[in-house]
Structure formats: structure tokens, C-alpha cells
Write a protein that binds this ligand. Structure first.
Ligand code: SAH
Length: 500
């Protein structure tokens, strides 16, 4: 463990919050975890496990066919379009339709985009609509986290996750020279649990909490409200209007639609936990005529289906960019590639921000340090489902390509350095999560102790839970090696802990 973080850990608030662990499922991981811990757990070694095969995603690739797209009727009794016309502004005549009356608003909307465009849309466009369509995207109108939601994330598993991120942030702030003002920005804060645990844990470090201005980048009005409550926010009237303050630490809190809108000019600490995996990806597949983009189209019966684009698509430019960062051996092996232009752009913005304002960013997500082949998956109510089934009712996410993030950041600025990725297990272990769990276990009820031990294992464990005694197909899988941590910092800050 690091000396700097050891001193901080001793002073973290001793409270046990209960935590959300128990019989809920982590996002991306199959079924529930036992609400109890077998004694064997404490002595069991953690074994490393390989990431789930891409077949664990809904298995749609068989449906993508290497063939020309069917021509799409222009509504004139079977006449086929032979030229491309921009029909987006035209009235769509009430033609014979196979559309199911039970289609949700979002399904109708996505179908209308495909029809008006007279052709399929990219998976990235589909994903963006499904997740963040302002009316009915998956994240927009509901709380998708926890037992009654669709998946559970690390901050919901245990308070220790947010506390450890707090240790990281305070150490970086010290390396930054303890600036009197720092923009603490979280991208996609979910329920706000990570930040609340970070702030509670760091409550005794007055100089740190006094310096904070909190900025939350969140697209969902529902989740913004939840974050407001979790952070115990209150509105205060000040001379030039109103400001929102978190009563957990007295820091002002603001919400933004994107990182670009977060005010610049002060040193910054950016946290992105499970944010990148929700950014829309393009999928490409190797065919006899070269790399083709996989697209979402409508079948004869008006259901969604995958097809391969017969023509080069604009996003090929990002495929070329991504392949330019890969070795020829890496490229030879693959038949599919996922490319995430939004991740590249976001990383460039982060790198620019950090080089101009100072500070650093921490990115934690599930992913790979290299090309991601075929990882897109849909999860509804803690189960993997078909990616094209009832869009908007299931989470869509893809493995994060950490090598692409590293290259994007390094190309964007010479003033930053990129560290990692390292596994979540190494990251939390080096920051001292084992000391934290021991400290918390000193002063808690038996129920809380169970919850703490289970949560600890979920965060740092690897492979199948050794203590599991329930149904085999429900064996919980640890997140210790599937999740990776990467830091991007201004070179002036030196190497951030625990990446030395
Ligand atoms: N970090 C949280 C939540 C992860 S889920 C946790 O670990 O628990 C992804 C979060 O990002 C949600 O809050 C979602 O509403 C938000 N989000 C997803 N795409 C977004 C986008 N394009 N812009 C802003 N917020 C987005």
C-alpha cells in the first residue's frame, strides 16, 4: 500500500452505510450473488478469469449477412428506389404497414428514422437513440440501478468503492499542490452514490472539500433528481441568483449536458466510472469485399435486423484511425472490430482540459487494453437479452477499448501522460481497500459485516465466487480483473497513485 494513501485511510469516516450489495447483480455480470458469505471466502485465493466470450452478448452476429441490402419500397406499390433522395423533410404517406400497434414510442421513432432515410442506421445511431433519446431513452425516465432495476454498479455494491476513489482524488489534489479551487467533475454519476461516498469519506479533509466545485455531466433528468437527493443538495439564494450546494461538504453543485459545458479555468479532477461503456460504438465485420459496417435495418415483417452496409460508410474514417494504432498481428487475427468515435472525442476533450487547467482524470470501466472485437450486449432486469428486442427497455453497453483512449489522449496533447490500465483489483488493492474493509468490520453488525465482505469480494474478486452454494448458473463473478482503471494527468502532476 502507498504511504500517502495510508495516512488518508486512517482518517476516513468510520461509518458503515449498509451498502447495496447482497442479492443484486452487477451490470454485465450474470445473475444474483448470495446474501451471505461462506467462511471459506476469507481464505480462498482469488483466481484470474478471462473476460466473457462475445457470445455472451445476445448472439446476433449470425444474423448479419454478407450481402446487398434489400431495396426499400418508396411506398409506390412495390416500386424500387434507384436513386438516393433526401426524403427527411417529406410527408410520409400512410402506406400499408406491418408495424405492430404495441410498438413503444422509441421503437416507432427508430423505425421512422430507417424508413425516412430509406436505409439502415449504424449501430452507433441505434445505441444512442436507445440509451439517450431525450423522450424515451433507457436512462432518461427511470432509475435503472440496483435490485429492482436492470443492473448494479460498483458504487452500489459497496461504499468502499467511492471511498477509494476519494483517496485517489485527494492524493492527486495533493500532487497538484493542494489548489484552493478544484473542479471535481463526474461523467455519468448514476444515482450519485460514488460521489456521496467520496464526499462522506473525505469529510474530515476540510482543505480538500473546501476547494471543491462539483460538476455532474448527466443526460437524464430523472437521474439528476436522484443525484440531487443523494448528495443532499439544497438550493440557496445568492446575490446573482440561485446556487445548489451539497450539504455533505458545502460544495456548489452544477449539472451539465456535456463535458464541454463544464466551466474551465480551475484545476480539474474528472471521474468517469462506467461512462465510456455507454458511448455508442460502430461495429465492422470483415467480408469478401473488405471491412463492412454492421447496421440496423427493418425486415419484411417490420422487426429489426442486422445487415452489412453494401457501401463504405462515413465512420470508416474512425476504423482507419483505430487500425492505425494496432499492430499487423493484432489486425490479422480479427474478423470484427468495434470503434467508438465518441470515446475518442471525449478523451481528446479530457486531454485538452487537463493540459490547459491542470489535474487529471480517472477512467474505470470494463474493457480491454486493445482492439475490442464484438462485445455489445443488452441487459434487462439482470439478464442478457437480445440487442434488438424492445429497444429502450434494456441497457446497451460495450467493452471499452483502453488502448484507443490512450492513443486519443496522447495524440490530443503533449502535456498529458497516460497511466495504466491496471485491473480494478490492483487499483483498489494498492489504494488500501483491504485495510478499509478491516477497519469497517471492527464496528458493525453481523448483517453489515456480511454485506461488507460480499461487497469487498465483488469489487476485487476474480472469476466465480468461491463461497457460492446456490444454483450453478447463478454463480456471481468478481469484477476485479474485468474492470480496468486508467489515469490521464497533466505531466506537471507527475505519476498519479497507484500507477507508479
Ligand atoms: N457512474 C454510475 C452510472 C453508470 S451508468 C455508476 O457507476 O453507478 C451511465 C451513466 O451515464 C448514467 O448516469 C447515464 O444517465 C449517464 N449517461 C449515459 N450516456 C450519457 C451521455 N451521452 N451524456 C451524459 N450522460 C450520459
Amino acid at each position: 500500500m502507498l504511504r500517502g494513501s495510508a495516512a488518508l485511510l486512517r482518517r476516513l469516516a468510520p461509518r458503515v452505510l449498509g451498502g447495496g450489495c447482497g442479492n443484486t447483480t452487477h451490470r454485465r455480470l450474470p445473475p444474483p450473488i448470495a446474501p451471505f458469505l461462506h467462511a471459506r471466502f476469507l481464505s480462498a485465493p482469488t483466481t484470474s478469469s478471462s473476460p466473457p466470450s462475445s457470445s455472451s452478448a445476445a448472439g446476433h452476429d449470425e444474423e448479419a449477412e454478407d450481402r446487398e441490402l434489400p431495396k426499400i419500397s418508396n411506398g409506390d406499390a412495390g416500386a424500387l428506389l434507384s436513386i438516393s433522395v433526401d426524403r427527411s423533410g417529406l410527408y410520409n404517406p400512410p402506406e400499408h404497414s406491418h408495424e405492430s400497434s404495441s410498438d413503444s414510442e422509441l421503437v416507432k421513432h427508430i423505425k421512422s428514422i430507417i424508413k425516412f432515410r430509406s436505409g439502415p442506421i449504424s449501430i452507433a445511431e441505434y445505441m444512442e437513440e436507445v440509451l439517450t433519446n431525450p423522450q424515451s431513452g433507457f436512462y432518461i425516465n427511470r432509475d435503472v440501478f440496483g435490485e429492482s432495476g436492470d443492473f448494479i454498479t460498483s458504487p452500489e455494491v459497496s461504499q468502499m468503492f467511492g471511498e477509494m476513489i476519494g483517496v485517489w482524488a485527494m492524493c492527486l489534489w495533493e500532487q497538484m499542490g493542494k489548489p484552493a479551487k478544484v473542479n471535481l467533475t463526474e461523467l455519468g454519476p448514476g444515482r450519485g452514490t460514488l460521489l456521496a461516498d467520496l464526499l462522506r469519506g473525505s469529510a474530515k479533509f476540510f482543505n480538500f472539500t473546501k476547494a471543491l466545485s462539483i460538476n455532474l455531466v448527466e443526460c437524464s433528468p430523472t437521474l439528476q433528481k436522484l443525484q440531487y437527493n443523494t448528495l443532499k443538495c439544497e438550493d440557496e439564494h445568492v446575490d446573482d441568483g440561485k446556487r445548489t450546494v451539497s450539504k455533505l461538504c458545502g460544495a456548489p453543485v452544477c449539472w451539465h449536458a456535456s463535458l464541454e459545458q463544464v466551466p474551465s479555468g480551475s484545476p480539474t479532477i474528472i471521474i468517469a466510472h462506467e461512462f465510456y461503456d455507454a458511448l455508442p460504438i460502430h461495429q465492422f465485420q470483415k467480408a469478401s469485399r473488405g471491412w463492412c459496417e454492421k447496421m440496423v435495418d427493418l425486415a419484411e415483417d417490420s422487426s429489426f435486423r442486422f445487415v452489412l452496409s453494401p457501401h463504405p460508410t462515413p465512420s470508416l474514417i474512425y476504423l482507419t484511425k483505430r487500425c492505425g494504432w494496432a499492430s499487423s498481428e493484432e489486425l490479422e487475427k480479427i474478423e470484427h472490430i468495434e470503434v467508438c468515435p465518441k470515446a475518442m472525442e471525449l478523451t481528446e476533450q479530457i486531454a485538452d482540459r487537463i493540459s490547459s487547467d491542470g489535474g487529471g482524470a480517472l477512467i474505470i470501466d470494463y474493457g480491454k487494453n486493445g482492439i475490442v472485437s464484438d462485445s455489445l450486449q443488452a441487459i434487462r432486469k439482470h439478464k442478457f437479452v437480445d440487442i434488438l428486442d424492445d429497444p429502450g427497455s434494456a441497457d446497451l453497453s460495450a467493452y471499452v477499448d483502453f488502448a484507443s483512449i490512450k492513443h486519443s489522449a496522447e495524440e490530443a496533447s503533449d502535456d498529458i501522460s497516460v497511466h495504466g490500465p491496471m485491473t480494478q483489483s490492483q487499483f483498489l488493492g494498492s489504494l488500501g481497500i483491504n485495510f478499509r474493509v478491516e477497519a469497517l468490520l471492527q464496528n458493525c453488525t453481523e448483517e453489515q459485516a456480511e454485506s461488507l465482505r460480499t461487497g469487498y469480494w465483488q469489487l476485487v474478486g476474480d472469476g466465480e465466487a468461491p463461497f457460492w452454494e446456490g444454483p450453478e448458473d447463478q454463480t456471481p463473478i468478481g469484477m476485479g480483473t474485468r474492470y480496468l482503471a486508467m489515469a490521464i494527468v497533466n505531466k506537471k502532476q507527475g505519476t498519479p497513485i497507484p500507477f507508479e
